[in-house]
Design a protein around this ligand. Structure first.
Ligand SMILES: [Zn+2]
Length: 286
């Protein structure tokens, strides 16, 4: 290795350490990790995986353009915070979109306006009619699994709450990304800890898991996305996985903050370091 490339890889490794909040150090020789997850805001993430760049659940609107979620605590117009950069820049370089479901905090009016109509969208089958209505000609329902640019993308289930509220908010999906030689990545979507999440972990054995925390809730009916206990259950079910928690501090009914999640996991004795990125932060995951 010549001096210049050594300096470059050292700098990259240092950056990786800084951005991964104590997860295992990157191999110094690995200049550009193939898996990078950048939280944009809420559930919206840009994922560089294998040879492709995917965007999960585009919610692209400006702060305050949507009303508070009906019958929810802390009623304030949504989103609560801006995108970390202009939407056009967020979309730059994205090759396909994964849409876990179409609640307005996962696919908003701005997405319908800004995501190109010929974009490759991977969606859950029950949402196909909506995307046809919105003129997305290349929206592809994922019944079980599809292949995209060398990545196998499998759809997983979930429960958006418990009991009657979950039935009302169904259906929701998650996705698993797998390709040879790369860590398997599971995007759980809007779900609490439930048999579907346990089954996804058991059958796909993901190395990286993105969970939607925030303990979103209405005035009654319990949480509809993961709270501290749910995230702790994921960590216990996948003790070797790197768990990334998103879906916090951007929509009014998400009452669990990043710092409360961090403190709660520590109190619960969870050993796995959960990565909790800030809006705009990129995690380099090798
Ligand atoms: Zn959500």
């Amino acid at each position: 290795m010549d001096r210049r490339s050594f300096l470059h890889s050292t700098a990259t490794a240092g950056l990786g350490l800084a951005l991964t909040h104590g997860s295992r150090a990157l191999d110094a020789a690995q200049a550009e990790p193939a898996v990078r997850v950048r939280l944009i805001r809420h559930a919206t993430c840009v994922i560089h995986y294998g040879a492709t760049t995917l965007l999960v659940d585009p919610m692209l609107g400006d702060p305050g353009v949507m009303p508070p979620i009906a019958r929810s605590p802390n009623p304030r117009p949504n989103p609560l915070v801006p995108l970390p950069e202009p939407a056009a820049r967020v979309l730059d370089g994205v090759e396909a979109f994964l849409v876990t479901h179409t609640h307005s905090d996962h696919w908003d009016a701005a997405a319908t306006k800004l995501v190109p109509k010929d974009a490759a969208l991977l969606i859950q089958p029950p949402d196909a009619v909506k995307f046809t209505d919105w003129a997305y000609a290349a929206a592809q329902p994922v019944a079980d699994a599809v292949s995209w640019k060398g990545v196998t993308i499998s759809r997983t289930g979930g429960q958006h709450g418990r009991g009657a509220v979950a039935e009302r908010l169904a259906p929701v999906s998650g996705f698993v990304l797998r390709t040879s030689g790369q860590p398997t990545l599971y995007i759980a979507g809007d779900t609490v800890w439930c048999p579907e999440v346990a089954a996804a972990i058991e059958s796909h054995t993901p190395d990286i898991i993105i969970v939607n925390a925030g303990a979103a809730q209405f005035l009654e009916g319990g949480v509809i996305t993961m709270d501290v206990d749910d995230v702790a259950q994921v960590c216990r079910a996948a003790p070797k996985a790197r768990v990334i928690a998103v879906h916090m501090e951007a929509i009014n009914h998400c009452v669990l903050t990043r710092s409360a999640l961090r403190a709660g996991l520590e109190q619960a004795g969870v050993k796995t370091p959960v990565l909790i990125p800030a809006d705009g932060e990129e995690l380099r995951l090798g």
